[in-house]
Design a protein around this ligand. Structure first.
Ligand code: FES
Ligand code: FE2
Length: 325
């Protein structure tokens, strides 16, 4: 389809796309800890078993509807409902009813495919109920002595996720919104992956100018990893997870390459991260007040917005083939 045609039949972006979504950083969930989550318009529960496995289930007990996280209790590899103490394992199967001779066959809760790697807990969302068709890749270098851990935070933003994703192709906003001059900019789309290569000059809030070179990669519709070289070498995570139709969590994390193997000071790291976070808040200020144009009036200097929408729209549609993203 040409870019012009893609514009004539814009994707609807209704519902929630298929893909991996970050729901926790690993250090936010200790063994035995239980937390309520609200994502994809649903109530969920995340817990870490005594052996250390992160699990995500629908929140409401099939027995009489109690919320498994209010209050939550882990026992071994399972979670115990606070109301009548039915116990469910990480796959959502009821493994114990303390006062019954027989566990009802329908005593199970939907479990979400969950993986933990790169210091994050990811769940797979698929409106068709099918399993993952790609894996979360390793973040190269993370967890080695050469890099700091993640300095992470979460923002709650009133917007539709498509606004965040469009940033990856939107060349024309860099200078007016972020004060960065992108001199060399291109995008690639391949299967479930979208990449931005971006080289230019940044004008940090504290003054001066820094040359930068970055590669930002979306693995699926909601999880982006950026490798950036400027004065320092850093990695960024931008991961959004929809709470409801126009509300989402944006998880933002930064890891720095250690200079000569030395940890940067906490003060330095905080200042560096604040500077980057300020850049995202500049976008947020726009996103929270704009409308979405299904057929935007574009000019020749705009980035590949129709191609991005076509790529992103596929995650909302049924798979074209078993291998399709
Ligand atoms: S509501 Fe969960 S055990 Fe009864
Ligand atoms: Fe931006």
């Amino acid at each position: 389809m040409s870019e012009a045609n893609a514009q004539q039949s814009p994707p609807s972006f209704a519902g929630y796309p298929r893909g991996w979504f970050v729901v926790q950083f690993s250090d936010e969930l200790a063994p035995g800890q239980v937390k309520p989550l609200r994502y994809f318009g649903k109530e969920l529960v995340v817990f870490r078993t005594d052996a250390g496995h992160a699990r995500v289930l629908d929140a409401f007990c099939p027995h009489m509807g109690a919320h498994l996280a209010h209050p939550g209790r882990v026992e071994g590899e399972g979670i115990v409902c606070p109301f009548h103490a039915w116990k469910f394992d990480g796959e959502g199967t009821c493994v114990s009813v303390p006062y019954a001779t027989k566990i009802p066959a329908k005593a199970r809760i939907d479990a979400w495919p969950t993986v933990e790697k790169n210091g994050m807990v990811y769940v797979w969302h698929d409106a068709d109920g099918r399993g993952p068709d790609w894996e979360v890749p390793d973040v190269e270098g993370f967890g080695t002595d050469a890099w700091t851990g993640w300095n992470h935070s979460v923002l709650e933003i009133k917007t539709h996720p498509r606004e965040i994703v469009e940033n990856i192709v939107d060349t024309a906003h860099f200078l007016p919104v972020h004060g960065t001059a992108a001199e060399n900019f291109r995008n690639e789309f391949e299967g479930h992956v979208a990449v931005q290569h971006n080289e230019g000059i940044a004008y940090p809030l504290g003054g001066g100018e820094d040359r930068y070179k970055l590669t930002a990669t979306y693995f699926g519709p909601a999880y982006m990893v950026t490798h950036m070289r400027g004065v320092l070498e850093s990695m960024l995570i931008n991961a959004h997870t929809p709470i409801g139709p126009n509300l989402l969590h944006l998880r933002f994390a930064v890891a720095l390459k250690k200079d000569g193997g030395r940890e940067p000071s906490a003060k330095f790291l905080a200042r560096y991260v604040d500077n980057l976070r300020a850049g995202y808040l500049q976008d947020v200020a726009i996103w929270e007040h704009k409308v979405f144009r299904p057929r935007p009036v574009l000019c020749d200097g705009d980035g590949k917005i129709p191609a991005l929408r076509k790529w992103y729209g596929k995650f909302f549609e049924p798979r074209e083939s078993p291998e399709a993203p």
